[in-house]
Design a protein around this ligand. Sequence first.
Ligand code: NDP
Ligand code: 2IT
Length: 448
Amino acid sequence: MMSSIEYIESVYQKLEKRDSHQKEFLQAIKEFFNTIQPAIEKNPEIIKWNLLEQIVEPERIFSFRVPWLDDQQNVQVNKGFRVQFNSAMGPYKGGLRFHPTVNESILKFLGFEQTFKNSLTGLPIGGGKGGADFDPKGKSETEIMRFCQSYMTELQKYIGPATDIPAGDIGVGKREIGYLYGQYKRLNGAHSGVLTGKPILLNGSLARTEATGYGLIYYTEEMLQANGKSFQGQQVVISGSGNVAIYAAMKAQEYGATVVAVSDSNGYIYDSNGIDLLLLKEIKEVRRGRLTEYAKEKELSTYQEGSVWDLETAYDIALPCATQNEIDRYQAATLIKNGVYCVSEGANMPSSIEAIELYQENNLLYGPSKAANAGGVATSTLEMAQNAQHSHWSFEQVDVELKKIMINIFKQVEDTCVEYDLGRNYLAGVNIHSFLTVAEAMISQGVV
Ligand code: NDP
Ligand code: 2IT
């Protein structure tokens, strides 16, 4: 039999040949494969059943045309997708992303990450992801509505409350989920359990909007405390100013930190006294405006074009909450020069492989996205539970469950680090624990 190192290498090489143009997907696989060798060494069944080769291949992918009418009555056409990655742990679960960069590589990396993230929650959900290369920026409300309707007209063939349950991601929030749900209902009759992140009136769950950001802070606080630290009194920089960033900022502030900067895809605002989060929420959620407006309204703040990770100033904790590969090796070096000792990821795969290597060489406390941002999907699953029970839980009840889940994820990661003698290599802990969970579920169902 091949050695575990040879096995991992051979599966990667095959994939690299087959999917050579899918760079984000290959990156997610490489980051994962760099860490799981000790698990394969201890579990020869994985090689016996050629499990790695199965686990990197999505069960199926749908890709489809999404035609819609813009406000000038022109027909526009986008490309829509749903990737059903892995159902070993339960029905496919994962968000929909509407962003012009969406393609198969990005959705496959997200579906892969989602599969392992979901297994960490301890809830019965498999992994999926979907979306479209539609750009919501500058579109009217009616255009967004018509796009969502057309997208769902096709998507509804592939999803269902017991098989595949989408939710939001970049460019898809409560409003879009509401329109998507309305169209699903028109075509199928009601079924509130088919989507999560719904508006509260449509059987959404309280605290789902807050869940990813809050969960990130619960997880990170647990990691900080395990290392004799906490958010109290720390200076924090957060990238993004969307759903995840806003609620991470609010909870970090509640925990005694000062959030000195947030960003969008054009630039960032900086205020050493702390960002006014109520104003930020008003600009982003109510006006759907840009960060430049914030700087105009807050005299003491400054607005700078470019990436917030190029900011050169002393601070303690970095929380990337925007998008994949937002921190490259040079920006990771800048963070370290700034004195940052903790990076915890609200976004999916925000750090490049080289950036992660630098965090590890410099002994940073690192919260990998699969674990640190699992609070969103965990709370989506609590929404499914409420829908199945035809009931509503209070905000506090959901929040208490969310916190328990995040603390438990960190405990599992710590235990895995002890079992495999990984020290503080939490990335390896996350990957090994989730890999073995999904692998065992696949093997126990029969693999061929
Ligand atoms: P939103 O659409 O609400 O916000 C996205 C934010 O990130 C915006 O500020 C946006 O700026 C910025 N951004 C997006 N793309 C880019 C880019 N290419 N370069 C720079 N900035 C960018 O999305 P979410 O907050 O929901 O998602 C943020 C991240 O969190 C994503 O990685 C997502 O996959 C992940 N995530 C989300 C969960 C959820 O429940 N929503 C759960 C777990 C992870 P601009 O407005 O200028 O485009
Ligand atoms: O990346 C993610 O975990 C999400 N976008 C949330 C998925 C979900 O089903 O709530």
